[in-house]
Every structure is written in C-alpha cells, then in structure tokens.
Design a protein around this ligand. Sequence first.
Ligand SMILES: [Zn+2]
Length: 268
Amino acid sequence: MQVQNLMENKIEARILYKNCPLCESNNISKSVIGDCSEQFLYNPIIPSIMQWMDCEDCQHQFIEGHYTNEALEVIFSKTEENQIVGHQIEQQRYVSTRMIEKIIPFKSYGTWLDVGFGNGSLLFTAEEYGYEPIGVDLRKDGVSNLQSVGIQAHCDLVQNIEFEKSISIVSMMDVLEHIPYPKEVLTSLHSKMDEDGCLLISMPNSESWIWKFMSRQNQNPFFNTIEHYHNFSKTRLVSLLNECGFNIKKYGISERYRCGMQVVDQRN
Ligand SMILES: [Zn+2]
C-alpha cells in the first residue's frame, strides 16, 4: 500500500485510497483542502493538511487516506469530554429519547446495539424503554465503564464480533463517517440483524444548505475534522444503504451536530 510522503518529524499517518472507498471507481480527483491543526484531538506529529477527494462516478467525497494504526493511537490517546460514560447523563437522556421515539414505530422491542456508544446515554435510555442494550466502542475505558454497570459491551470492530443474539436495532450516531470502508461494516451488520431490524444513523449532510453556505464562506468545519474520512450527502448515504440491503423509512435532522441528518432504515 502506498503511504503518504511526510514532512520532517511527522509520522506516516495515512494509507491512501487508490479507489473510491464506496464504489471502488478509480475515477477520483483532488477536491478541497482542510486543516486539522486547531482540533482538540490534533497532535503535531500528524500532518495538519486534509486533502479531500471527489469520486466522479458516485459523487462521494472522502479524505485521501485513512489513518494507520499508529496515527489512530496518537489521535485517540485523548478523549473528548462528551465521550466519557455518564457525561451530562440528565440532559443527554432527553436527546436520546427523541432518537428512540423515531425507531419505536418500526421496531419497538429487542436488542439495541449502539456502535460507538461514547457517553452511553442512548443505551441507558434504550434500556428504560425495554430494549436490551449492547455497546461497542474502540475506547477501552468506555467499554470497561459500561461493563462495570452491568451493560454488555465489546471493545472491537463490530464486524469482528459474534453476538449471542440477533440484533434488532443498530444505532451509529456520527460513526459511519469515521469508518475507512463503511460498506463492509453495513453488510456485516445486515447479516447480524433481525429480518425486520432497523438502523438509526446520523452524520453531517453535505447536501444541506448550511453545508453549502459554510463552504462558500470558507467556514465549513467539517473539512477540518481530524477523525472524519467521509463527507456524505443524503443521496449517497441512501444509495449506499440500499446497496447493503436497507431501505430508508424516515429522514430527519440530527440535533447532535451542525448540518446533521438522521435516518431510520429497515432491512429488506
Ligand atoms: Zn465512488
């Protein structure tokens, strides 16, 4: 694999994509450039330039390469406060409730798997509603904190985990844009889910007018977001989910971040 040329004192941070990570086309070209040096998770041994790429075939926008394990370790050696289990547990419960209410019309019971559970609020609240909560996260501290309060939690890539039960609901709140090859993960999740299982996914929407206005004013923070690999449009997200066996049931706006979208999908 090709590794980016790096300046002095910088580590080899990214493994370049030779093809579009969604459709595998090699018809890709350089797009906008961001700068992650002001980000909380930034470490000066990581190059600050973020080169975005456009796929001319499926119109997806992605970063030129995903991080090496070494770079990931550096970046995730810090934890943002809102990722700590129990952070703002009261306020977050209201936010989580509104997410759960979106799922209930389609799937009102079963196991609820939250991938990248962060502060755990969605799982705590899902349990109140009668769902059986299961958490997956790559932060070891978070996983052991969740386990210590008696909630099933795994510290691994979700595609590597064999769950004892079929999964009824999978939530990925602001997670898919951090995954090097999202299609692989969605396909794997599909195989672990109930036949009428539901997906709840949120991320910024590059087709929103806010995104376009901020880009025009050179103030789009998502071009500088250190841990993002993808800038999804609603159109591309919906078509990707379709390719992986899911149908969109409901579109909405996510309250979690600026420009956020939140979609409910159900297995075919
Ligand atoms: Zn593509």
